[in-house]
Write a protein that binds this ligand. Structure first.
Ligand code: BG6
Length: 512
């Protein structure tokens, strides 16, 4: 009897068997420094609420939000309830209301501690509140507080682990502002903590679609044999945003697009696409391979990097100010809001395959994706369609806002004559898996609670990311690098197109 292959949305038969049996976290107090801030409200608490819904938190879970703002338990809970209602309202599917039972469970476990991060008294109080149990200290604060907070935690004896309790520290980005400062910060943290206690966050690794890159590559038989210089012409990595610098002008002025996005988020994407198969999915096996591939990135030539800055323009018909007109930005700022670069990887798999990267703010559309451009067929069997007119074979891994994978290839156009046309085949996460809104932090927080560091950056991973961009930072440090303007709402400066055009290639359209 012949079997028909009819696929229905949802996990395929047998797929469930691959799922790791989720286990409940152990009892733990999560101390959030910066607990009255934006990150806590917008991302951390909604993520933890989702973990409650998934039944993954222990009865003995609680949160202490530490901040110097003028809050108390009640007012913090009120603020959080308001944000939570807005968060669930974004839910596409059925349950668009806050699950009161889950929220009560969580909000009753949240308390506020008013205190300064540099005051030893804050840590004495914490010591008595935390007792002898497990703790995660989450540093949702500006980078200048990372090392001082960790030093205070250690002085108060709060970082000491025993057989029966863990003490972990989660560090947000930015982790350093160049290679030297990242190394210095690692040294400061490792002076008082063991590497196994440090969870360096890159929120891109919490995105389902980013995790799916490894699943796609290493749990299917047909991608990996093609995944090399014999078959791939080049790779394009795009992280385009429509937002400007919003209220972060002061931070962004000293950061710029390169530091903000490339050594961390973009390097993680590149590592996921280019790394060798790890020997297991253990944290160190995966992180070893990432560091290896980043170490193989060829030294970046300053001529292979383009810097841009947005000027006035419009997006979706709405006028937008130029970067120099944004709050807390200098009117003659030389900070880049866009960067494009060509990278090459010196190893047997990738020698000669360029990886083109672009990221910027106030671009025409929001889109993060990785496009693998395969080599063309070697000759045209169809005499009327020369090789160069065949539809290029491209596999696009869409990270956000669309989440999925699209394949582009040639097919015969129906009709009596042989004519080829370009077609697309699309897998869309939203069609197959009906999930509510998530923040990307769910997995990261849960993994930290259960002690799985696979999706966190090890010290050498962070340093390897900075090492890739350091030659560009050095070349720009004299303040004379060209800054190419682009109008808000465009795809970036013309110089970014020229970077590919000189290799006979072009970027995939942002609006496509
Ligand atoms: C942050 C950057 O790390 O990532 C922001 O500091 C940027 O400038 C953001 O907007 C992008 O994250 P996402 O998840 O929206 O792609």
């Amino acid at each position: 009897m012949s079997e028909s292959l009819e696929l229905q949305p949802g996990p395929l038969d047998g797929g469930d068997a691959l799922e790791r049996a989720p286990r409940r976290s152990q009892p733990c107090t999560m101390v959030i420094f910066g607990g009255g801030g934006d990150l806590t409200r917008r991302l951390l608490v909604p993520a933890i609420y989702n973990l409650v819904g998934a039944g993954l938190l222990d009865e003995g879970f609680s949160i202490i939000a530490v901040d110097w703002s003028d809050l108390d338990d009640e007012r913090l809970r009120e603020q959080l309830t308001q944000t939570m209602r807005e968060f669930v309202a974004k839910r596409r599917a059925s349950a668009a209301a806050l699950n009161e039972e889950n929220w009560d469970w969580l909000s009753q476990r949240i308390s506020f501690l008013r205190g300064a991060f540099d005051d030893a008294k804050t840590y004495q109080t914490l010591s008595s509140l935390c007792g002898v149990g497990n703790c995660v200290f989450y540093l949702a604060v500006a980078a200048r507080f990372f090392a001082p907070i960790v030093a205070q935690l250690e002085a108060a004896g709060l970082t000491r682990e025993t057989e029966s309790r863990f003490r972990r520290v989660v560090v947000e980005k930015p982790f350093g502002s160049d290679l030297a400062s990242a190394k210095a910060l690692n040294a400061q943290l490792l002076n008082v903590l063991d590497e196994s206690q440090i969870y360096r966050i890159d929120h891109y690794l919490g995105k389902e679609t980013v995790q799916n890159i490894l699943a796609l590559r290493f749990s299917n038989g047909f991608f990996e044999p093609l995944w090399n210089r014999q078959n791939i012409d080049h790779v394009q990595i795009t992280a385009a945003e429509t937002v400007g610098v919003e209220k972060r002008g002061r931070f962004y002025e000293t950061t710029g697009a390169l530091r903000d996005m490339v050594p961390n988020h973009i390097m993680q994407l590149l590592a996921m696409v280019a790394m060798e198969a790890p020997i297991s999915f253990d944290a160190d096996a995966v992180r070893d391979e990432k560091s290896k591939v980043l170490a193989a990135v060829h030294e970046l030539a300053p001529g292979d990097v383009v810097r841009g800055q947005y000027t006035e323009g419009s997006i979706a018909g709405r006028p937008m100010p130029g970067y120099r007109g944004e709050p807390d930005v200098s009117p003659d700022s030389e900070t880049e809001t866009f960067v494009a670069m060509k990278l090459t990887i010196d190893n047997w798999r990738w020698a000669g395959v360029p990886f083109y990267v672009r990221t910027g703010k106030r671009l025409t559309t929001r889109k993060t994706e990785i496009a693998i451009h395969f080599k063309s067929a070697p000759y045209a069997l169809f005499r009327d369609t020369p090789v160069e007119q065949l539809t290029p074979n491209i596999m696009v891994m869409q990270i956000q806002p669309s989440e999925g994978v699209t394949m582009q290839f040639s097919a015969k156009v129906p009709g009596p004559t042989v004519k080829l046309g370009g077609v697309r085949m699309k897998f869309d996460y939203a069609d197959w898996f009906q999930e509510g809104p998530s923040t990307g932090y769910e997995t990261l927080i849960y993994d930290c609670l259960i002690g799985d560091a696979t999706l966190f950056q090890r010290a050498d991973n962070v340093e390897a990311g900075w090492a890739v961009v350091q030659p560009a930072l050095d070349a720009w440090s004299d303040g004379h690098s060209t800054l190419h303007p682009y109008a808000a709402g465009k795809a970036g400066p013309d110089a970014a197109d020229a970077l590919l055009a000189r290799d006979g290639r072009h970027w995939l359209r942002l609006n496509g």
